[in-house]
Design a protein around this ligand. Structure first.
Ligand code: ADE
Length: 245
């Protein structure tokens, strides 16, 4: 490896920055309502099917919050979006929790109560959130879904981003990381093709280890042909539960 003098940056570093800047431009055209239609309605969110992606993800999250010391599954759910009806999601979680499906309204109301804010984050910055956004000791739990690989042009940028978000957690805090396996692009709207760093399980595990996490659980979902609906080239989904050392 070469020795860099003060003020010089490595070519690899510059390429990573250029890649991140190029991705930021692509995201200008991101269409949230279209993205929800691609990934959060049947067949990918079919609550009658155990082999559908979203029920699988919710069951993984449910288990992560009911085993071990974690509490507060109720405090975590996907947000409210005007363009999508989240009722079947909340009803499905009620089912996972052994509640009656009719408890969903109460659960939705409680969710609105406990979500106190929505704040911006830039995972490419060493300090990804405003310094006063979280308690200084760090959070007990961090959940990140389909984010890091979808904003990283390469594995090195993905690993660094993981290190950045790790700073938001307290030592001993838990990370729940969900993401795409072997995905090279996804559509973030009609004609909005967004590049993704293709990851395999070994790379995810190596990145976690490099950034000071101990793996507790890794689960892999493999897509059936009928889940391949032309909105991406994803082959699988990983679910990781890890502890910050
Ligand atoms: N579900 C949500 N986002 C996704 C993505 N980028 N690829 C595959 N499945 C997803």
């Amino acid at each position: 490896s070469s020795v860099l003098k003060k003020g010089q940056t490595s070519l690899k570093h510059n390429m990573g920055e250029a890649g991140v800047a190029a991705m930021a431009v692509t995201y200008q055209k991101f269409d949230p309502a279209a993205y929800l239609q691609y990934n959060y309605i049947p067949p990918r969110a079919d609550f009658e099917r155990k082999d559908s992606i979203v029920p699988w993800k919710l069951a993984c999250l449910h288990r992560a919050f009911t085993e071990g010391q974690q509490t507060g599954a109720e405090a975590v759910a996907e947000g409210e979006g005007g363009s999508l009806d989240w009722t079947p999601y909340i009803q499905y979680v009620c089912k996972l929790e052994g509640r009656s499906p009719s408890a969903w309204k109460e659960k939705a109301a409680r969710l609105r109560e406990v979500v106190s804010d929505v704040l911006p984050i830039d995972v490419h910055r060493a300090e990804p959130m405003a310094p006063d956004a979280l308690p200084s000791e760090g959070a007990d739990c961090l959940v990140s879904c389909f984010c890091l690989e979808s904003v990283s042009p390469d594995l090195d940028t993905f690993t660094k981003a993981l290190g950045h978000i790790s700073k938001l957690l307290r030592p001993g805090g838990h990370l729940l990381l969900i993401g795409a396996l072997q995905e090279s692009y996804y559509f973030g709207g009609p004609g909005v093709k967004i590049p993704v760093v293709p990851l395999n399980e070994a790379q995810v595990c190596a990145s976690l280890q490099e950034q000071g996490f101990s793996l507790i659980r890794l689960e892999v979902y493999t897509l059936n042909q009928d889940m391949k609906v032309g909105v991406d080239d994803v082959c699988g989904v990983f679910f990781v539960k890890a502890k910050k050392n």
